[in-house]
Design a protein around this ligand. Structure first.
Ligand code: VG1
Ligand code: CO
Length: 546
């Protein structure tokens, strides 16, 4: 194949600042001439020496995935990479990409996804760089990428025909080898090293656990079919919406009670499944459901930690656990009982990387339907499903019993997140600034029965490398352990999204059966009184409640 490198002059874009998880923009923004190329060259320039290195490349299959892959392959060849491992069809889930980076010890990987954001021509697209530990590039790196994107004036790209990315095997582009790989095999194999597949399979075959896995027409379909239906022998059709589609079938690939409505209806129906789960666009999130029962992600993390001894891969004990700051404190109670440390990090998986690398944490989780462990350096949706199935196969009890018994032992952390999506940016900014200006005066103040113990704008010092990340969300902590947290999303692409997180602990088993919206109502009132949410956002209610 003919091969020639071109240097293309370009001008910087001012808006290529990576957010919580990479650069996310509307497809229309990414389609502007040079936009994608500038960002990719900024990554390569930040890496400095790419000569002869190996890169992993794949995405969640959304619209523009295939086009972007061709551009990145040609740029990688022009920038001197020696080898690129591409998922066949351009597909790789985020955790599978992390798995490949680690297994083949590559320099890093580029993952194309806007995760839970809608796709299609008018939807969102995204790009993220992961470093050689398999995890999202840390803030120092994304900061350098952004700085580079503000100065860039040239990028390099090979002039060549498009590469066949659908057939597994090797091809070359100039001196670079392109290896098209089955996206599922290595990941599926890793799962068999962690979980007791025989035991899960035997339990599924008894017929006492009917499962339904909703892939939401996103990346997990092929993975879930291979693992649950083919390896574990779950009934054919257990995986629904299994075909990855460029627009996710018009849906919003966000596994929560609002966007995974079809699955929720099934699980609440008579004769519905005993266990349900859904994943997001790029396969790193999970929602866990039992028969007519919803497990909050924060509770799920706590239950996994408390029952890790059921699972072969974690039977030797947990080094520690870690949760993002807004995630409920349920897992802290488990850690206390296990005599291990619980770390509190800012939102975003990149903050767990150092703790996992240093062996300080084994399990990590976020309230936003993210759970994972040291097996990769990303959160991992199907891993969480397998972890649950392994626990269920050992305990042979319904999900609801496992969770309610957990509450009886540790207390229940009532929890809810209220999102106000696509609020005008200056309105959101105003609310945040007003709130920030009040924090120093809040400790000691009472609101009805609640008294503020501490209030701050969360700042994190990484215990491994000492790096400091400031302004990671406002925390109002009450003397009874309740919390209200407010932060602005770093993944939205329209206006600003404000997230309000509410948490209250209930030790009394007789009072653990309330609807969380009811149990947390006093905290909603405090938030409204202190922040005038309705007036400031111009909305009379949240857009999404989880
Ligand atoms: C959201 C979640 C955060 C998660 C991030 C990426 O970020 O709150 O917990 O790590 O998405 O997840 P934000 O800044 O919008 O709150 V994913 O599955 O989109 O890679
Ligand atoms: Co995701």
């Amino acid at each position: 194949m003919s091969f020639k490198v071109e240097k293309i002059n370009t001008q910087p874009f001012s808006d290529q600042k990576p957010g919580t998880s990479g650069l996310r923009k509307k497809v229309t923004v990414f389609k502007q001439p040079h936009y994608l190329e500038n960002f990719v060259q900024s990554i390569f320039d930040t890496l400095k020496d790419c000569n002869g290195q190996t890169l992993v490349l794949g995405g969640d299959g959304r619209y523009y995935n295939r086009q972007a892959i061709q551009v990145i392959l040609k740029m990688a060849a022009a920038n001197g990479f020696g080898r690129v491992i591409v998922g066949a069809g351009g597909l790789l889930s985020t955790p599978a990409a992390s798995c490949l980076i680690r297994k083949y010890q590559t320099l890093g990987g580029i993952i194309l996804s806007a995760s839970h954001n809608p796709g299609g021509e008018n939807g969102d697209f995204g790009i993220k760089y992961n470093i050689n530990n398999g995890g999202p590039a840390p803030e120092q790196f994304t900061g350098a990428m952004y700085a580079r994107s503000r100065e860039i004036d040239v990028y390099q790209i090979a002039v060549a025909d498009d590469i066949d990315i659908d057939r597994p095997g090797e091809t070359s582009l100039g001196d670079m080898t392109i290896e098209v790989m089955d996206p599922v095999a290595d990941y599926a194999e890793l799962m068999t090293t962690l979980f007791d597949f025989d035991r899960i399979s035997d339990y599924l075959k008894t017929g006492s656990l009917k499962i339904c896995i909703d892939a939401m027409h996103a990346i997990t379909g092929p993975y879930a079919r291979a693992i649950f239906e083919q390896s574990l022998g779950a009934a054919a059709g257990s995986v629904i919406r299994a075909e990855p589609l460029e627009d996710f079938g018009g849906g919003h690939p966000d596994p929560n009670l609002v966007y995974a409505k079809e699955l929720v209806e099934l699980i609440y129906a008579d004769n519905g499944p005993d266990f349900g789960a859904a994943s997001d666009g790029d396969g790193d999130r999970n929602m866990i459901l039992g028969k007519r029962f919803y497990v909050t992600p924060s509770d799920s993390l706590a239950v996994l930690a408390a029952n890790a001894d059921c699972v072969p891969g974690y039977r030797d004990g947990l080094a520690g656990v870690a949760r993002s700051m807004p995630t409920s404190q349920a897992v802290d109670r488990v850690a206390e009982k296990l005599g291990i440390k619980s770390y509190e990090t800012p939102t975003g998986w990149k903050f767990f990387g150092n703790l996992l690398d240093a062996g300080k944490a084994t399990l990590c989780g976020e309230e936003s339907f993210g759970t994972g462990s040291n097996h990769v350096r990303e959160k991992d949706g199907l891993w969480a499903v397998l972890f649950w199935l392994n626990i269920l196969a050992v305990k042979q009890k319904p999900v609801a019993d496992i969770v309610t018994e957990h509450w009886q032992t540790y207390g229940r952390n009532y929890y809810s997140r209220h999102d106000y999506e696509a609020v005008e940016s200056d309105r959101a900014e105003r609310l945040m600034q007003q709130l920030r200006s009040t924090v120093t005066g809040l400790p000691g103040k009472t609101f009805g029965d609640y008294q503020i113990e501490y209030a701050d704008d969360f700042s994190y010092t990484d215990p491994v490398d000492g790096s400091v990340s400031e302004q990671q969300g406002i925390r109002l902590g009450f003397t009874d352990g309740s919390r209200i947290i407010v932060r602005q999303s770093g993944t939205g692409t329209e206006g600003a999204t404000l997230r309000f997180y509410y948490e209250r602990h209930e030790a009394d088993p007789a009072k653990q059966n309330l609807d969380p919206q009811q149990a947390l109502a006093p905290l909603f009132e405090i938030a409204e009184a202190h922040m005038q949410i309705q007036e400031n956002t111009g909305r009379d209610r949240p857009s999404v409640i989880t």
